[in-house]
Design a protein around this ligand. Structure first.
Ligand code: MIC
Ligand code: SF4
Length: 642
């Protein structure tokens, strides 16, 4: 039987389990990446494993999120990350060197290898033919220690591409189309694999835009074949020796095939407040724009910046628009400086930002009250921009520039003249922003500032759980709702007691006080609970507040894994209509739950307030049951579990 790309990579890395859809499997991880907002926890956890050195082929620690140094906190964390990287054999990408996914694609990605990153957009490297997945920091720490990564054998969906994109239609429009078809829940338990004759018309950075935003589908990952275009890209990066071809076999099986004719696509955008709220740009009625931001790990490649500059050349940003532009890496920044594109950007009146996540994660550039912001980013969840009532649209750099020049949401085809951007045949490769690990790790002292608080460790699970429903939510709750980011909260990522004060801060400001008064309790949610980022703080901080169990219609993959890793019991309604039988404030009881899940027997939640019994399910592997009962993965590992 022919294998698809996903099956090929998994079979070459399989440590445990059978490669059958839905089966629990364990795979070997070749490379890891971390970023600063999740990295401090990941390395504290790695240190707790007591190893001398990472056991991966390559591990990289990036600084890209917490770049504002408005107090000592982020600077302290950066110092810790640099010293811990040197000590344990990790490459360190300095602040200013660029966004982890962009840099990893350029400098480290290798077709056919596995990559685990403590950031949900790690699938960006799927653009180069890697099996690249996002995970919580603890899973990445375990992988750095040589441990396997556990996942369910995904089903594989094929996106069959034909045709060629027209002028002003972009890779971003491809992934927005996929989001329109599959929605933010459509990727759950799936890998999205791209194939068909249309693939060869897309460059690696274009492919990476598509796999990057595949995270918004909730997919395990997204992947492209490795072909001549991949070789070309790796040659440009002076890494041709790392290239190898990879494609699906003839007759490879897929659970579903979705056909997209690239030549029929039009400029699209995602409307507030979800990446799957898709519309054609031309169908948006006249909407005035206050802010435009080009950048983020989705759209900050050299091509993205060059087309942005070419469209801005000789024109001025509309007086009512504040426009920021962020090159994704030092390499991109240097290239546009050298070829003059940067001058076109600056003279248009756009504001150029240092290479990093910046406005994408609310690290500066929060829009004005009620503002309309058009961004080339990947997420427009409520409040993520830093302004609660901002209206954020997601679109291609081309559509962003059209808005920046006209002051309105505008179909970029109205700009008429399409500038042909020719990428250079060679670019300057200078890895001065990447510090390799030292040869002399014993001489390195790990530097910890006062911002870094010890990791809170959960207690083992009680035999019976009883408590109040602290919060009942609707569908598609994001980790930005649970544990907001932004310039104020992100510096607290290394300090769980402090960051715990911000759990559900914008969505439900009374949550923390309630959780403390009631001594913890439960959360009830709808579909796709915990979608979005990989931040384990969305489990760790609620755990610190005493959250014991979350009962939902369904969970997003990474958040589910994070809840388990920190000993919070994830349950699903056996019957989704029973969601209506619980209200916020109800008292729930789960008698002998710890014993019941150990045996795999049926489980019932008793709603004491309403006097009803609610059947629930738990799709946990025996290993996950042991982790939850132990109070989390660290306790489980310390107790001898692997
Ligand atoms: C994001 O885009 O939400 C982030 C910030 O990159 C997160 C990681 C984090 O919360 O630190 C992600 O996507 O995993
Ligand atoms: Fe950074 Fe935004 Fe990409 Fe997350 S989505 S890694 S915050 S640029």
């Amino acid at each position: 039987m022919g294998l698809n790309i996903t099956q090929k990579i998994i079979s070459a890395h399989l440590i445990d389990g059978r490669m059958e859809e839905g089966e629990d499997i364990a795979i070997r991880i070749d490379q890891t990446l971390t970023q600063d907002a999740t990295g401090t926890m990941a390395y504290l956890q790695f240190e707790a494993l007591g190893l001398k050195k990472v056991k991966t082929d390559l591990s990289v620690s990036y600084i890209d999120h917490n770049m504002l140094q408005s107090g000592f906190e982020n600077a302290d964390d950066h110092r810790y990350l640099q010293s811990v990287a040197a000590k344990y054999g990790v490459h360190f990408s300095r602040p200013g060197n660029g966004i982890c996914h962009q840099v990893h694609l350029e400098r480290f990605g290798v077709p056919g290898k596995t990559l685990l990153g403590s950031d949900s957009h790690t699938p960006t490297s799927g653009g180069i033919g890697m099996m690249a997945m996002g995970a919580g920091g603890l899973d990445v720490a375990v992988a750095m220690g040589g441990g396997a990564f556990y996942l369910k054998m995904p089903e594989v969906v094929k996106i069959q591409l034909t045709g060629k994109l027209q002028n002003f239609v972009t890779a971003k429009d491809v992934i927005l189309e996929v989001l329109r078809v599959l929605t933010v829940k459509g990727g759950l338990g799936r890998v999205v694999e791209y194939g068909g004759p249309g693939v060869k018309s897309l460059s690696v950075p274009q492919r990476a835009t598509i796999t990057n935003m595949g995270a918004e589908l909730g997919a395990t990952t997204s992947i492209f074949p490795s072909d001549e275009k991949t070789k070309e890209f790796m040659k440009l990066q002076k890494r041709a020796k790392n290239w190898s071809p990879l494609e699906a076999d003839e007759g490879a099986k897929y659970s579903k095939v979705i056909k997209i004719d690239l030549s029929k696509l039009e400029p699209l955008l995602a409307k507030p407040h979800s990446p799957d709220s898709i519309s054609k740009v031309k169908s948006i009625k006249r909407t005035k724009v206050d802010q435009v931001c080009v950048g983020s790990c989705t759209n900050s490649s050299l091509y993205d910046l060059m087309i942005t500059a070419a469209l801005l050349k000789g024109k001025k940003i509309h007086p009512d628009v504040s426009c920021t532009i962020t090159p994704g890496s030092k390499q991109v920044f240097e290239a546009i400086a050298a070829n003059g594109a940067l001058t076109d950007i600056i003279s248009s009146g756009a504001r150029i930002l240092e290479s990093g996540c910046g406005p994408c994660i609310g690290m500066g550039q929060a829009p004005s009250s009620g503002a309309v912001s058009v961004r080339s980013f990947n997420r427009n969840f409520p409040g993520r921009s830093g302004t609660k009532d901002a209206q954020v649209y997601l679109a291609s750099p081309e559509t962003c520039v059209a808005a920046a020049l006209t002051g309105y949401i505008t179909d970029p085809r109205e700009l008429k003249k399409f500038p042909r951007v020719v990428l250079p045949k060679s670019i300057k490769i200078d890895d001065a922003g990447i510090i390799p690990p030292t040869d002399n790790p014993t001489k390195v002292t790990v530097l910890r500032g006062p911002n870094i608080a010890p990791l809170p460790i959960n207690k083992g699970m009680s035999s019976t759980l009883e408590g109040e429903v602290l919060l009942k939510t609707g569908d598609n709750i994001t980790t930005d709702h649970i544990m907001p980011a932004g310039a104020k909260v992100l510096p607290l990522r290394s300090n769980i007691p402090k960051i715990a004060e911000y759990v559900y801060f914008q969505h439900d400001p009374g949550f923390v006080t309630r959780a403390k008064e009631k001594n913890g309790g439960f959360i009830v949610g709808g579909e796709n609970y915990g979608q979005g980022s990989s931040r384990e703080h969305a489990a760790l901080a609620p755990m610190y507040l005493g959250l014991k169990m979350v009962l939902t219609k369904s969970f997003a993959r990474i958040h589910l894994a994070n809840l388990i890793n920190f000993g919070i019991l994830p349950l699903n309604f056996a019957n989704p209509d029973d969601y209506d039988k619980i209200d916020q404030g109800d008292i729930l009881k789960l008698p002998m739950v710890s014993d019941i899940i150990a045996t795999g027997a049926d489980l019932t939640v008793k709603n004491i307030t309403k006097g009803v019994d609610i059947p629930v399910t738990y799709s946990l592997t025996p290993r996950q049951v042991s982790i939850v009962r132990a109070g989390g993965l660290l306790n489980y590992t310390r107790g001898g579990g692997r």
